[in-house]
Write a protein that binds this ligand. Structure first.
Ligand SMILES: [Zn+2]
Length: 77
């Protein structure tokens, strides 16, 4: 995660950092991830092994509610 300060493209105000919770099908929630490539759907779900995965950061504008995502790998910053 980075300390990137996002501004809303519509309102030009600072956006609040957060994340997208992924309920999945288990009991525990996870942070939603960006996964490289096309979804490889199998009988048990989507196979993600071998695909690059980056946790998504979500930035929300408190004024208009616009949400923007960033997928920044630790190696990108
Ligand atoms: Zn806004």
């Amino acid at each position: 995660m980075s300390d990137l300060q996002m501004k809303c493209l519509r309102c030009s105000v600072d956006m609040d950092p957060g994340y997208l919770a992924d309920g999945g099908h288990g009991v525990n929630s996870e942070v939603a991830k960006w996964v490289a490539g096309a979804p490889d759907v199998r009988w048990y779900g989507v196979k993600m092994k071998g695909h690059d995965q980056i946790p998504l950061s979500a930035y929300r504008c408190a004024k208009c509610g616009y949400v923007e995502f960033r997928a920044i790998a630790a190696t990108d910053i």
